[in-house]
Write a protein that binds this ligand. Structure first.
Ligand code: 3NM
Ligand code: MG
Length: 507
């Protein structure tokens, strides 16, 4: 069993005391939990003779091995050595980490309890394989618990170890089916989330340990991000016609500080959806422009020092006026110039919407694991990872985050949606990402009551227009697609204002 590959998602800590176990057989309960989907077992016995403990550990190890699940022994390095199981878990008052490591060698798993950021950092620096972070909620199971951390306290600890990506983490203390998902999502930072939950009573005291383990396993596979259900999606989509119509009727100003490549195209797209475009790159003009009903798009696609100064000026003016800003960090991870521009802009003010492709959003998160070649998009993340990333970023920046791609992911930190509309031609023309930013800017300008719905409305208007255009007989490729796309953006807006919503059936 390779220790790097251990799954910590549902970590069972055993307890054989009658007040937890009742009349039931210890081994039967643990085996039921393994059948239900427990991924890691810790034998925790605080009393009893060493000989008996070794016997229990040996018998338990035979069971866990059948399920290919690691067995760790609480506190007792000697017992772990005697039965040659996968490792130990040590508390702050137990044998020290260096001593345990010396006895067990590099291949055994050593987990350490941490209840403060300092304890966590020290354990990680000392080579702990995972941390048991607790106590999350008050619990009857352990008497000498220290701080009650809550999800926020767990989050502070995850934050403290954010520069140590290899150490795994579980939380412990009062975790059950009701609060597991909340703890996982509220403790997550943009850089990392818990690898699992550790429970005693939620499984050991459950009337049906197999089902209890199964339900916990199903909660943790979704981890922190849950793509919202159809019901909530319908609620968001139900306001889309009103949003498209509001742009048409209110003609919001879409102030674009955008790159040289797409200025003309973006202005045409803005006109097609019913917005009023102004392409102004002079920072001092923002002071006047932000007085109108509208919003600002900052697109750093052809950034230079002068442009950056202008973006900062405009961002501050719009922030002062409380008027929305849409940020498009084009090519953000590609060069050091762009990474610096990104940092300058993020530090300079607040963005209501951050929209980018996978590499750009990774750059905003601060993940430099993939070097972006240019402004084109590529993908290494699964849908679930994308959903988690946008949700975490949206929550920490208190903004709406859009990650575009074959599927788009949109989140406000609580509601996370996947949108699968669009057409491959959008990837074959220049400026399709940039002009989506323009479309979003018009929608957020007219729909302050729900920025997430505004962004979803803009994406659906834009991507469904692309689908309809691409299916037209006169469209034979990306070139003929462009004018047809502008037509269909215009047609959707006109139809919606007349109450014809057939286009939205494609959502
Ligand atoms: N360690 P339950 S809390 C074994 O805070 C243990 O380090 C804790 O039991 C810590 O899941 C705890 O029944 C008991 O609340 C957790
Ligand atoms: Mg201990």
């Amino acid at each position: 069993m390779e220790k790097k590959k251990v799954d910590y998602s549902v970590y069972l800590v055993t307890d054989s005391r009658p007040e937890v176990l009742g009349q039931r057989d210890f081994y039967t309960v643990v085996e039921a939990a393994l059948k239900g989907g427990v991924t890691c077992v810790q034998l925790r016995e605080k009393t009893g003779d060493t000989g008996a403990l070794i016997q229990t550990a040996r018998r338990l190890h035979e069971i866990t091995q059948r399920y290919q699940v690691p067995l760790l022994i609480n506190d007792r390095v000697d017992v772990a050595l005697a039965v040659n199981c996968e490792g130990v878990h040590i508390g702050q008052d137990d044998m020290s980490l260096p001593e345990a490591r010396r006895l067990l060698g590099p291949d055994k798993i050593i987990g350490v309890s941490a209840s403060t950021p300092d304890e966590a950092r020290e354990a990680v620096k000392g080579g702990a394989d995972y941390l048991g972070i607790g106590t999350v909620y008050s619990t009857q199971t352990k008497s000498n618990t220290k701080h009650i951390l809550g999800p926020e306290g767990v989050r502070d600890i995850l934050e403290a170890i954010s520069s140590f990506p290899k150490v795994r983490t579980v939380c412990i203390g009062g975790i059950n089916e009701e609060n597991a998902q909340e703890v996982l999502s509220k403790s997550a930072t943009s850089k990392r989330k818990l690898d699992g939950i550790a429970v005693v009573s939620a499984v050991m005291a459950a009337s049906n340990p197999l089902d209890a383990a199964k339900r916990l396993a199903s909660l943790t596979t979704f981890q922190s991000s849950k793509i919202i259900g159809t019901r909530a999606m319908q609620d968001v989509v139900s306001s889309v016609p009103a949003i498209v119509k509001a742009v048409h009727e209110q003609t919001p100003l879409s102030h674009n500080m955008t790159n040289l490549v797409v200025q003309n195209f973006a202005a045409n797209i803005a006109l097609a959806i019913g917005a009023s475009p102004i392409m102004s790159n002079h920072g001092d003009e923002a002071e006047d422009l932000c007085k109108h009903k509208g919003s600002l798009v900052i697109n750093m696609g052809t950034v230079d020092d002068k442009a950056l100064g202008n973006y900062v000026k405009a961002l501050k003016a719009y922030n002062r006026a409380g008027v929305p800003v849409v940020f498009d960090p084009v090519g953000a991870g590609a060069t050091s110039v762009r990474r610096n521009a990104l940092k300058t802009l993020l530090d300079a003010g607040y963005m209501d919407v951050v929209k980018g492709n996978e590499n750009e959003i990774k750059a905003v998160v601060g993940d430099s694991s993939t070097q972006q070649r240019g402004v084109d998009s590529s993908s290494t993340l699964t849908d679930q990872e994308k959903a988690t990333m946008v949700e975490n970023l949206a929550r920490t920046k208190e903004t709406i985050v859009v990650m575009t791609g074959v599927s788009d992911f949109v989140s406000d930190g609580t509601r996370t949606l996947q949108i699968t509309n669009g057409h491959p031609y959008l990837a074959s023309i220049t400026g399709s990402g940039c002009t989506l930013g323009t479309t979003i800017s018009a929608a957020v300008a007219v729909w302050p009551e729900d920025n997430l719905a505004a962004v979803v409305g803009a994406i659906l208007h834009y991507e469904i227009a692309a689908e309809i255009a691409a299916s037209r007989n006169d469209v034979r490729g990306p070139g003929t697609f462009i004018p047809a796309f502008i037509d269909e953006l215009y047609n959707i807006r006109q139809n919606t204002s007349k109450g014809d919503l057939r286009w939205l059936q494609r959502a």
